[in-house]
Design a protein around this ligand. Sequence first.
Ligand code: GCO
Ligand code: MG
Length: 402
Amino acid sequence: MKITNAKVIVTCPGRNFVTLKIETDDGLTGIGDATLNGRELAVVSYLRDHVVPCLIGRDAHRIEDIWQYLYRGCYWRRGPVTMTAVAAVDTALWDIKAKAASMPLYQLLGGRSRDRVLVYGHANGRDIEETSDEVGRYVEMGYKAIRAQTGIPGLSATYGVSSDKMYYEPANGTVPEENVWDTPKYLRHVPQLFDTLRKRYGFDVHLLHDAHHRPTPQEAASLGKSLEEYRLFWLEDVTPAENQEAFRLVRQHTTTPLAVGEVFNSIWDCNQLIQNQLIDYVRATVVHAGGITHLRRIADYASLYQVRLGSHGATDLSPVCMGAALHLDIWLPNFGIQEYMRHTEETDTVFPHAYSFSDGYLHPGDAPGHGVEIDETLAAKYPYKPAYLPINRLEDGTMWNW
Ligand code: GCO
Ligand code: MG
């Protein structure tokens, strides 16, 4: 089965998405997500100018060989742009292979290890009271796991807090918006949020929190300690992970479970974190970590060390990534949880999909392939709009992590 054509589709139904569509001489087509928030056009060019011309005429069934060809063959390995482009090709090829077999993708991976995929939703509010009410809304919608983020007194903007509660979208503006950050204020406030939530909702609902890379390792250790009594499902990105060893300090001081990795794009970003059991969940995802082929490799490696997969699933990852991730999740023995930030109705109409939510779980559906398609006519009605993630500065103007 030869690849006859591959096209890169850019659309903005509320936010930007990049999709690669591969066509074959059998008439089968497959799609892969190629969205890299705020750097979308870099991946578009990488695919259009450097990958697509090398794909034409290749055997679409040789997924592993094409993966190696794009990874080893470009000489410049890894990096978010490369690995997002590789992921798009890989996801589209798995979609095609599963369609050729007339099977949902999870069957090709080894079949289901569970009936449904546990997901977590996002509750947020300007203050503790508002966040607490939002958690109640998610409980009513059937969620079994909820991430809680709150505004911090004295800070005008905080990661994870938005005016549109259901569809959190931090990317906007033709240049990045500038926010002010203060970690000590944050560290004092967050335990109060979880104290309120546990008093109101008890301990049966899973609660999660994202520190979004802001604390230093020492601050991260102290945050983990101060949250221990609230028994979080996980504390995410509690400190940046470029230096994997930094997590040893955090780990030595707290039993709060740690999750990290939405910015990882290869196994080399987390090999020490996994091998030294410095984390509990790896957050790498299909679109930014080299597709199904490479994410499966990371997850298999993690399974040797009792580290589980908890894939990134924010709105900037398209429904195509979500669909593919769910097939991996339902098969993967060491699956932990899947993030599920809902897409807007506009986005969902451009990407019709077989996956569905019920009672706190997602199911990938049983359509052949990964079960997500793109309506190209509708997609063409939403032209690309530049949008950037915000940045953070400390009160004295120093650049900080957003
Ligand atoms: C999450 C993430 C996102 C990221 C976003 C960046 O846990 O879902 O932290 O909200 O900020 O995906 O593009
Ligand atoms: Mg996060």
